[in-house]
Each structure stands twice: as structure tokens, then as C-alpha cells.
Ligand binder design. Sequence first.
Ligand SMILES: NC(=O)c1ccc[n+]([C@@H]2O[C@H](COP(=O)([O-])OP(=O)(O)OC[C@H]3O[C@@H](n4cnc5c(N)ncnc54)[C@H](OP(=O)(O)O)[C@@H]3O)[C@@H](O)[C@H]2O)c1
Length: 349
Amino acid sequence: MSKTPDTIVTGATGLVGRWLVPQLTRQNRQVMVLIRKSTLRAAAYGRWVETHGGNPANLSFHDLEMDQDNLGLADIDTSKLRDVYHLVARYEFGLTRDQARRIAVLGSLRLLDWCQSVPKLRRFVFITGYLAATHAETIRQAPIARQQKLIDKQYRKCGAYEASKVEENILVQRKAKQLGIPYTIVNPSAISGDSQTGETTQFIGPAELVRDIYHGKLPALVGGADTFVPLVAVDYVAKFMASIPQQSEAEGQSYWLLDQATPNFAKLVAQIGQYLGVDYPKKLIPKLLVRALPRVLSGADPEALVFMTNLRYDTKNADKLAKKMAIAQPEFRSSLENWIDFLVSRSAS
Ligand SMILES: NC(=O)c1ccc[n+]([C@@H]2O[C@H](COP(=O)([O-])OP(=O)(O)OC[C@H]3O[C@@H](n4cnc5c(N)ncnc54)[C@H](OP(=O)(O)O)[C@@H]3O)[C@@H](O)[C@H]2O)c1
């Protein structure tokens, strides 16, 4: 029989959760997994944890439907609960503002409200994302009365998914501070597969780039020579996150997680194409030009174009903390190649 949980993970069936939960059980944490239809999915999830080196005996399950007004968590025994990891997301382009906000913003604020009832809460850990958190940092510098206008602008400019992550970052931090809830934010870049096996459960976003190069369907390179779309391996993200609550200096901090060894986008595409042994596009087309074209001609999703920037991200505090945690970034090239192999094997089967 499972013990009283000391850790809760929402969104545990997502990419990050599937690597984080086995890692937490390896640290002998008692993990309560909050997922939709938990009774139906518990057995399969336990098998996943076991085959990924975790201990299913340390798991318990509870239902969570994030877009309900009442999250239905009142019956959880919180007497030993220390850490809450919040990973739920609706990673989808083309959402309306209301659809995206319902989970990312309203759902996260409701979960934070519930955290007030956790007597020994050590840390609320949640994820924004490298670009959304960068925009959120900029907006936070503006006078508070102007911040809502700037958030509205994000919805017009970036699309609902990314803008809802910006808004979530700002509002969740603001509320956590008001309520005195200790939090840490992690901001990963696009997440690739396991550095050793290449395995992933996500086939959208950067995985589509690999697929398109493989099938010769990437028409052109969008951006300039300095466009940077960084990657980070999922096992690195999971190890980093699993250790965060034990790090007192991480309270109230944000960490950008990405592999600085990722080459600029044009070189990344070349590296992928050469590894696959296929022809790949070499001609750069400015983002503004692609944006100006009707989507039917460019084939580019405007919400994906948002990520084609030349911004750089400071990972010094994350690198320092990782060193203290005794974890290191995996070697970039082999991690990339393992992920490509996995994706290609999946697209062949
Ligand atoms: N993956 C990346 O490259 C990346 C990069 C930067 C930031 N992030 C952020 O990292 C966090 C984790 O992302 P991920 O890639 O692990 O996500 P993911 O693979 O898309 O998984 C999303 C998770 O949220 C759950 N979920 C969705 N809607 C829900 C609802 N209404 N109620 C309850 N649960 C719901 C899903 O459950 P079901 O199994 O029931 O669908 C799943 O467990 C998110 O905040 C995401 O924005 C991800």
C-alpha cells in the first residue's frame, strides 16, 4: 500500500513528468500523481515508471481535471506533503485566449490557492519556458498598471499558447509572493529526448523539424545566421527539477535550462541533415518575409515563428546550481543523434 505523499506532480503523463516521476521515486520520494482518469491509467503509468528505472511502489494516484472550477483536491492527505510540481500544459497552437488561459493561468492560480492548505509546503515548482519567461521578465519591469496591456499585446503577437505562459509566469509569481508560498520556476528551451536512449513522448515542436528534414519537407530556413533555437535533453531537465526543493537558494528564483552547445539554427539543421544523410535547405529567408506571406504559401505556423529569434539566454545560475547538484549537461551531439534515431525509428514503424 502506498504511503502518505511527500511530493505531488501534476501533468505527470507529459514529457517532463514521465522523466521526473521515475527520478523522484529513485530518491525514495512518495509521489502522488495527479492526472485525468487516474484509476484507468494508474497501472500503465506504474509500468512506465518501472521500465524507466523508477519505483512504482512509491506512487499513488488522484484525479485532476485542471480546467474545473473546483480542482477536487480537498480529500488529499497533505500532512507530509513538502513539494508540489506543477507541469500541466495544453501545448497546442491555434487555441483561443480563453482556452489557453483556462488551464495555464486560471488553473495554476487555483492550484496555488490550494497550496495554502498544505501545512509543511517546502516548494512549489512550476515551468514556464525560455522565451515566455524572457518576455515575462521584460513585462515585469514595466509599471504594474501597464503590465496587463503588455500581456494583451503578447496574445496578439505570439498566439494564445505562448502568451498564456507569459501571463501565467507573471500572475503565479505575483500571487505566490502575496500568499508567501515558496516557489521556483524552471524555464527550459525546446526539450529533446533522453540523452542516452533518445526516447521522447512528444512528437510536435522540435520533433517536427527533424521529421520534416528527414522527409525532405523543410522548404527553407527561416531566420538569420544568428537565429538560435536551443535544445535541452529531457533527462537533464528531470534531474535538475528533482533536486530543486532541497536547494534553499533556489527559493524565489528562475532558472533557464538549455544546452548552450546547441548551434545556431542553420547549423543545427545542417547537423541534423548531415546525420540523416539527406539534402537540407541552406538558404535563409528572413522571418519578416515569411510572416508577410499567406500561410498557405509559406507553410509556416505563425505561432511557431515566434520561436525563431536571435535572443540569447543566461544560464549561469542554472549551471552553478547544477554543479552543486552534481549533474552535468549531456554531450550535445550524441544526445541529438540518439533523439534523431528514436524519432526516425518511430516514423518508420
Ligand atoms: N516540452 C517542451 O519542449 C517544453 C519546453 C518549455 C516549457 N515546457 C513546459 O513544461 C511543462 C511540461 O510540459 P510537457 O512537455 O511535459 O507537457 P506535455 O507533454 O504536453 O503534457 C501535458 C500534461 O498536462 C496534462 N493536461 C493537459 N490538460 C489537462 C487538464 N485539463 N487537466 C489535467 N491535466 C491536463 C496532460 O495530461 P493528459 O495525459 O491527460 O493529456 C499531460 O500530463 C509545461 O508547463 C510546458 O509548457 C515544455
